[in-house]
Ligand binder design. Structure first.
Ligand code: NI
Length: 386
């Protein structure tokens, strides 16, 4: 079975929805228009709609008429990025410094396509729960929905999500069990010394030398402390100190990100950062404060649900186009938080084009809309009855 013929038949409408969302991008927790479009469409198709979960989040509930079965959650993200689009497409962003550069307009549309199909084919067992999530891009939309009792109000036995993938070939779908995307922390380090004249360092406590030493020492965590068989990244991406040639400043700041695949490695990196910072503070007689914030959990796909998603993908794109070999990436995704609560899987759907996501020239291939919609719809039909 390729793409579901009924979904194929309304692909033009999906393309129109997607291009409208693309022209009106909204960043995290500001998806007022987008969530309005979603709620209106769901309502039109006779789906029960709940709004305002996680500020701009929307949940649709559709009970099948095929008898009792499992409750299958399907999740799409709705937010855009603060990027100025540089394509010349007729449906390019109409809002300065806002762009759907990660294709979440496509994900939202695919989930709408699955919802419409299921609303028109209600002979499935169980219940479909459509989760339209805000603020995936580092602002904590998934956590916000979970904190507002998403899964208590709308319990799910399984949940699935997907992301477009311009790095895969069109027609390919990738899904594999186990860790698939890295966990991410952001950190800020503040070093407070004692300012002095640049010519009289002995009168002060230089936070700049302490910061530079600390920046170098932190690089030993991945090379000397972490198990070399475990992936870990510690990148210092911001360094700020000083404002004059002849002044040793009072303060210096370092900031950056940590990426790891296991909670143990993440804990190790965080603990060593604090220990080294304290040691450098004592060495240089400065005060070092370390603020580390977890932003994304490690995304871990569950075994049975990954296999189920791969089997459904094989129906749609053919088994030869389903990639199930584990190939984790260091990028992060907040669907990870939902997978901590509900078993499920996250798939990548390949498409045409070679501009990567988050690039101002990125273009989503509308050809994947019916593919993603079919994958999501068939997951409900097959898994709710399993
Ligand atoms: Ni994305």
């Amino acid at each position: 079975m390729p793409v579901l013929p009924q979904i194929e038949s309304f692909t033009d409408e999906l393309v129109a929805i997607r291009r409208d969302l693309h022209a009106h991008p909204e960043i995290g927790f500001e998806e007022v228009r987008t969530s309005g479009v979603v709620a209106e469409k769901l309502g039109q198709w006779g789906i029960e709609v709940h709004r305002g979960i996680g500020k701009t989040g929307v949940v649709g509930i559709l009970k099948g008429e095929g008898g009792p079965g499992k409750r299958i959650g399907l999740r799409a993200d709705m937010d855009a990025l603060p990027i100025q689009e540089i394509t010349n497409l007729p449906w390019r962003s109409t809002i300065p410094d806002r762009m759907h550069a990660c294709g979440h307009d496509g994900h939202t549309t695919m989930l709408l396509g699955a919802a419409r199909y299921l609303a028109e084919n209600r002979n499935f067992k169980g219940t479909a729960i459509f989760v339209f999530q805000p603020a995936e891009e580092g602002l904590g939309g998934a956590r916000s929905m979970i904190a507002e009792k998403l899964f208590e109000r709308f319990p799910c036995d399984e949940i699935y999500g997907l992301h477009n993938a311009p790095n895969l070939d069109p027609g390919q779908i990738q899904v594999f069990p186990g860790p698939a995307m890295a966990g991410a922390d952001f950190f800020d380090i503040k070093i407070t010394g004692k300012g002095s004249h640049g010519a009289m360092p002995h009168m002060g406590r230089d936070p700049v030398v302490a910061a530079l030493t600390l920046a170098g020492a932190l690089q030993t965590i991945v090379s000397r402390n972490a198990d070399p068989r475990e992936a870990a990244v510690l990148s210092i991406t911001k360094v700020h100190a000083g404002s004059a040639y002849n002044v040793i400043p009072e303060e210096a700041e370092l900031a950056g990100t940590i990426r790891t695949f296991s909670s143990e490695t993440g804990e190790l990196v965080r603990a060593r950062m604090r220990e080294i910072a304290a040691g450098i503070g004592a060495t240089f007689g400065v005060t070092v404060t370390v603020d580390i914030r977890n932003i994304f959990d490690v995304l871990v796909n569950h075994e049975a649900q990954s296999q189920a998603a791969a089997a459904v993908a094989a129906e749609i794109v053919g088994p030869e186009n389903v990639l199930t070999e584990p190939k984790p990436v260091m990028g992060s995704e907040d669907f990870a938080d939902m997978l901590r609560v509900v078993p499920g899987a996250y798939a990548w759907v390949g498409h045409a084009g070679n501009v990567p996501v988050h690039n101002p020239a990125y273009v989503l291939d509308d050809g994947i809309l019916p593919v993603g919609a079919s994958l999501l719809a068939r997951l409900v039909e097959t898994r709710a009855a399993a």
